[in-house]
Design a protein around this ligand. Structure first.
Ligand SMILES: *Cc1c(COP(=O)(O)O)cnc(C)c1O
Length: 374
């Protein structure tokens, strides 16, 4: 795809998946049914650790209902990294609890146990680590901290299907883990998500919450045991997910190889901070650099426009949460989040998706060099 426009992301859907979806569409059963059951079983087997998986129509709904299944609500605090997509924070507001933001490490963009410990209060109920861009949060110290203080952990693993922390797949250990299968993510079902956990009580509650609070009765009718919402996954989506899962490791390996090529191609460009490489466990959902626009006497909008003119799409992931109006209204101050503040202002997501080639990476690097330094 040499001189065509290079978007920053593009889903990889094969012709066999399209044919598989057509079969589901013709089958007479298109919403939650056998494809979802199959996808859930295959996902549970993929992450391992004896976990069960529950499909959701998006990770946002999954995250929200996990907090609700833990009976977190008004008066409770949930710790959220300042550098994440707004969904991580929004779900805390949705259940009436208070998100407590923590700064992240500049190199990894992830929270850590020391920063979490510094904001614990008697009201803290849960921690929501985000494996930013597919780089695992160092989970052992966070899990130990949670055990020590009786807290729950709901991992936002939206970027992290296939990510490993010290060799262990995210989802195979820990408390409760949510994946996203949005179109831009490493595994897509168009829109979709999943929860994996070994907590049987949480799982049972989620099964009810996921579909209106409904339980089936022996007489063939049903009862509603608590008011809830509707977040079930469709069979059409699950059919896509099954193919995507079967080829996930190959796509993630391709992402990794392209990311390594970025490190080579971007060496020696001044005023660009490259992301942490991690070890082999990084799933490379995104390749996001930080650019010191001030030192370059430019701004992100001009840079993005110039790259666009070179046929290269970019993204901004993300503005720091404290920079958003909802948090400013609650009194969030930039000086409490120096790293996330800088990332939010400087971050630029470069194109990275499995169907790209190394020469696409070279093209991005060349355009960046030209635009930044002439
Ligand atoms: C995409 C994303 C979500 C939300 O996922 P949906 O499936 O779109 O609801 C949550 N958190 C992070 C970090 C994400 O990137």
């Amino acid at each position: 795809m040499s001189e065509d426009f290079l978007p920053f992301v593009r889903p990889a859907i094969g012709e066999d998946t399209i044919a598989g979806v057509a079969d589901v569409l013709r089958s007479g059963w298109i919403t939650t049914g056998p494809q979802v059951a199959g996808f859930e079983a295959e996902l549970a087997a993929y992450v391992g650790g004896g976990r069960a998986a529950l499909g959701y129509c998006h990770a946002t709904g999954a995250l929200e209902q996990c907090l609700r299944a833990l009976d977190i609500g008004p008066g409770d605090e949930v710790i959220v990294p300042d550098m994440t997509f707004a969904a991580t924070m929004n779900v805390v507001f949705q259940i009436g609890a208070t998100p407590v933001l923590v700064d992240v490490d500049f190199a990894t963009r992830n929270l850590d146990a020391a920063r979490v410990e510094a904001v614990l209060s008697p009201r803290t109920r849960a921690i929501m680590p985000v494996h930013y861009a597919g780089l695992a949060v160092d989970m052992d110290p966070i899990n130990a901290l949670a055990r020590k203080h009786g807290l729950r952990i709901v991992e936002d693993a939206a970027h992290a299907i296939g990510t490993r922390d010290k060799g262990r797949l995210i989802g195979s250990f820990g408390d409760i883990v949510c994946f996203s299968f949005h179109a831009n993510k490493n595994l897509t079902t168009i829109e979709g998500g999943a929860v994996v956990t070994t907590d049987a009580k949480v799982l049972e509650r989620l099964r009810v919450l996921r579909f209106h609070g409904q339980v089936k009765l022996p007489d063939g009718s049903y009862d509603i045991i608590e008011p809830s919402n509707k977040y079930n996954l469709s069979d059409v989506s699950a059919r896509i997910g099954r193919d995507q899962l079967a080829t996930l490791d190959a796509r993630n390996a391709k992402r990794r190889a392209l990311a390594m090529h970025y490190f080579d191609a971007l060496t020696g460009i001044e005023h660009i901070a490259l992301p942490a490489r991690g070890d082999g466990g990084h799933a490379w959902h995104m390749f996001a650099v930080c650019i010191d626009h001030e030192a370059l006497h430019t701004d992100r909008k001009s840079l993005r426009d110039a790259l666009q003119a070179h046929g290269i799409g970019t993204g901004v992931h993300y503005p720091a949460l404290h920079q958003l109006s909802v948090c400013k209204r609650l009194g969030a101050r930039a000086e409490d989040f120096p790293n996330a503040d800088r990332i939010g202002k400087q971050t630029l997501t470069l194109p990275l998706f499995p169907e790209m080639t190394e020469s696409d990476v070279d093209r991005v690097a060349h355009a960046l060099r030209t635009v930044l330094h002439g």
